[in-house]
Ligand binder design. Structure first.
Ligand code: GLY
Length: 588
């Protein structure tokens, strides 16, 4: 990656709309005030202030990962060096979603304005996978087989993906990018409250597996408590093997052997050949535009970029800025557009290495215009009346996101996951890391919803070697070929709508990045037919939406979006999501 390209001076863009800010709830304010002081994003009066810096910015969901990545930037590394370092560090400090046993997507957009690139390191179905592997003899889906058994795990892609990113665009040797993670695993780190709470909540599911119990709980079975030091010697040794031998240190040799033995003991499918054969893929991101900004986001096997662009295309036809942030009108149009997009998702989206996806049609302005004709301004369309549309022709939950920008204007947006919190809950015995349960993102049977209530079709059926459909949406917005906004989120099916709203909050509602990240969010995914809202949408607005026929339900917090905005003068603004108490945005 070019280290020498400095950004041209730009004007800063910091002002938030006080009207929009007033809509933020007291509870949200309080949760932000309670954020650890090491997050530099603070609340002052009624305005959320982003962290700001002039040379580099990192936003992750764990401060220890933010710190080690920032150190890389300070020492002259570029955004990819810092992102890969953060990715490995999160595998240690945030085992519920940071991982080496899962997969994800990294979007890289250089400061020189060249075409952005996506690295797809999504997990793959093992060779032995079959279309009906989650069904019984009568064709009924067996509950939890795709979630909490060894059959739930796809072939992990994270180690190969991070190594590929470093190889293509980094300047650090892999060993050096792994060093902070190895130190954190070996020496341990002080457990934050959220870590302890997570282990308490998942106790029943995790303690079914002796290796998970031994790795993540004390000998007496109790969870590590906030303030205590937690060490992971087996994970340190696994990471050291990668440092010593490169990707072979994971996909071959001792670690691969431990994974295969784990599978063989419990009827899992991942073989030595599956591991050795795993390859990440370089893909072109989905590219769309919204009110003069270029939107680059993840292409299939993620549905994220496709539907973010599709929803933005539909919403471009409405004066969203005038209608106001989280007003009944704006939420109505957003919900109607979201329904249409998620209905299309259920039919058309899958791994493009296996199925044709009408990507151009789904992301075209013309198709959006057509869909817009069916949206009524004053009435919700029941989900039952909506089905997948006819886009023009085919052409050939727990998750975590981090964003990095370096002093050369290079940007990295990375989302990776083991699917649920703690993935399958199964730790590879002797290797100290959790396996994903990403196979649940396939359709266990077309038409049967997955854990996020998402319906999948034929396009997303299980096939050997195929990548399961994702919603992960690492996104980079550019203005006049310059990186402007780097964003993305965890949240299962809500990743798409969460990311969408941060883009709209910045472009339509002129919010600074911390306000855009903190503001209450809404979500509709076609089925179930309801608008989910976070606390902070006014009762008046809810009544107006109900009068139009929407069912509105208050849901828990959505996503944990870690974002960076680049001002016109090159100043970097970081927004850490207060929904995840360990989040931080830090710059230098
Ligand atoms: N596992 C959630 C997703 O990839 O969308």
């Amino acid at each position: 990656m070019d280290r020498g390209l400095h950004q041209q001076p730009r004007k800063t863009r910091l002002t938030g709309r006080s009207g929009a800010l007033r809509a933020l709830t007291l509870s949200l304010c309080l949760s932000t005030l309670a954020m650890p002081v090491f997050s530099q994003a603070i609340l002052e009066g009624e305005r959320f202030h982003p962290a700001s810096a002039s040379h580099g910015m990192v936003a992750t969901s764990h401060t220890l990962a933010t710190e080690v990545a920032l150190k890389v930037l300070e020492n002259g590394g570029n955004a990819v060096d810092a992102a890969v370092t953060a990715g490995f560090a999160l595998a240690v400090t945030q085992p519920r979603s940071g991982n080496i046993g899962g997969g994800g997507f990294m979007l890289i957009s250089k400061g020189d304005g060249s075409e952005p690139e996506a690295i797809d390191y999504r997990e793959k179905a093992p060779t032995g996978a079959t279309e009906t592997m989650y069904q019984d003899e009568s064709g009924e889906v067996v509950k939890n087989r795709s979630r909490f058994t060894h059959l739930a795990a796809g072939v992990p892609g994270t180690v190969a993906g991070l190594a590929m990113a470093l190889d293509r665009h980094g300047t650090l040797p892999l060993k050096q990018a792994l060093a902070p993670a190895i130190k954190l695993a070996k020496d341990g780190f002080i457990v934050p409250q959220r870590f302890s709470e997570g282990l308490e909540q998942a106790r029943e599911r995790l303690q079914r597996w002796p290796a998970t119990q031994a790795t993540f709980y004390k000998e007496d079975g109790s969870a590590w408590q906030a303030g205590e030091r937690f060490r992971q010697p087996e994970l340190a040794a696994t990471l050291q093997r990668i440092a010593d031998e490169g990707v072979k240190g994971f996909y071959q040799g001792e670690t691969a052997q431990l994974i295969v033995e784990e599978m063989e003991r419990h009827g899992g499918l991942i073989t030595q050949q599956d591991l050795e054969g795993y390859q990440p893929v370089v893909r072109a991101p989905v590219h769309g535009s919204y009110r003069g900004y270029d939107i680059f986001s993840m292409s299939p096997p993620s549905s994220g970029g496709t539907h973010i662009v599709q929803i933005l295309n539909i919403l471009e036809g409405y004066p969203i800025s005038e209608l106001g942030h989280n007003s009944a009108d704006t939420i109505h149009y957003m919900a109607e557009a979201m329904k249409l997009a998620y209905a299309d998702r259920s039919e058309y989206l899958g791994d493009t290495d296996y199925v044709d996806v009408p990507l151009k049609g789904l992301t075209s302005k013309l198709y959006a215009e057509e869909l817009r004709q069916d949206i009524k301004p004053d009435k919700a369309r029941p989900a039952g009346e909506i089905g997948p549309g006819q886009p023009p022709g085919y052409e050939s939950p727990e998750t975590t996101h981090f964003s990095v920008v370096d002093k050369w204007g290079n940007a990295v947006s990375n989302t990776y996951t083991i699917n649920f919190s703690y993935g399958s809950g199964i730790t590879v015995q002797g290797a100290g890391f959790l396996l994903n349960n990403e196979m649940d993102d396939f359709s266990a049977k077309p038409g049967v919803p997955n854990a996020y209530g998402l319906i999948g079709g034929e396009a997303n059926k299980v096939e050997p070697g195929k990548r399961m459909l994702s919603s992960m949406s690492p996104t980079i917005v550019r203005k006049d070929d310059r990186n402007f906004l780097v964003t993305g989120s965890p949240g299962g099916s809500r990743i798409i709508t969460t990311t969408l709203q941060v883009i709209m909050n910045v472009i339509d509602h002129d919010m600074n990045i911390q306000t855009a990240v903190s503001a209450p969010r809404i979500h509709h995914q076609w089925l179930p037919d309801e608008i989910r809202i976070e606390q902070g949408i006014s009762p008046d607005t809810i009544r107006l939406l109900e009068n139009r026929g929407h069912k509105v339900v208050t849901n828990s917090a959505m996503g944990a979006i870690q974002s960076i905005m680049i001002g016109e003068d090159g100043t970097l603004y970081g927004g850490a999501d207060p929904r995840r108490s360990t989040s931080s945005a830090m710059g230098y």
